[in-house]
Design a protein around this ligand. Structure first.
Ligand code: PRP
Ligand code: URA
Ligand code: MG
Length: 211
């Protein structure tokens, strides 16, 4: 697994506001969207393209177009939904599939409550969106869903990751083509499985609810 941690002052600045417990939901949503656009730039670096000949007003030239089959973007509900628009702004022709997953907050085991993905992902490049990579259980399960259906490579985009979770995902996806793009690598998990320093529960902060 290739791991890329963003290193950019604008990302760190936006993350600082996102982490602040006093940041309200509307600002949190707007920042998540902006951060996603910045992370998407790195995450789509290897998006597959094909050569395309076009006519400019001056001459004929060769550029590129996004290759077929189009990439599949998979936000992990709920919190991953907050990242979808930011990526679709850069990849407007991508297809979107959905995975609904929630972590049992006592056992920390993820369970899948919804799935709406194409049955056949052969030859597909996939982008998984989830702001939080904590124990790594949810992300590892999501990535396996995609490879089990034939995906060729998966790029996961997370805003924050904990070292414990990254190690677990790395172990569980060994042998597959996986890239992880992170906004920041945090210190650790606490006893409740929350990322430290983290930002709390991303889903609750995005949508203003408490589980
Ligand atoms: O790495 P893990 O230990 O599996 O934890 C990370 C998961 O926890 C959060 O979702 P949550 O279960 O809170 O669901 P939500 O998005 O509906 O809030 C987060 O968005 C990840 O999906
Ligand atoms: O810190 C964490 C860990 C899991 N899920 C979250 O939303 N936040
Ligand atoms: Mg949550």
């Amino acid at each position: 697994m290739r791991v890329h941690v963003a290193d950019h002052p604008l990302i760190t600045h936006k993350l600082t506001v996102l982490r602040d417990r006093d940041t309200p939901s509307p600002t949190f949503r707007a920042l998540t969207n902006e951060l996603m656009t910045l992370l998407a730039y790195e995450a789509t670096r290897n998006v597959r393209v094909v050569e395309k000949r076009i006519e400019t007003p001056v001459t004929s030239t060769v550029g590129v177009a996004i290759a077929e089959p189009r990439p599949l973007v998979v936000p992990i509900l709920r919190a991953g939904l907050g990242m979808l628009d930011g990526l679709m702004q850069l990849l407007p022709t991508a297809e979107v599939g959905f995975l609904g997953m929630a972590r049992n907050e006592e056992t920390l085991q993820p369970y899948t409550y919804a799935e709406r993905l194409p049955d056949d992902l052969s030859d597909r490049q996939c982008f998984v969106l989830d702001p939080m990579l904590a124990t790594g259980g949810s992300l590892a399960a999501a990535i396996h869903f995609l490879f089990d259906r034939g995906a060729v490579d998966v790029t996961a985009i997370c805003i924050l990751g904990a070292p414990e979770g990254i190690e677990r995902v790395e172990r569980e996806v060994e042998g597959h083509d996986v890239t992880l793009v992170l906004g920041a690598l945090d210190e650790r998990l606490n006893e409740q499985g929350y990322i430290v320093p983290g930002l709390g529960d991303a889903g609750d902060r995005l949508y203003g609810t408490v589980d």
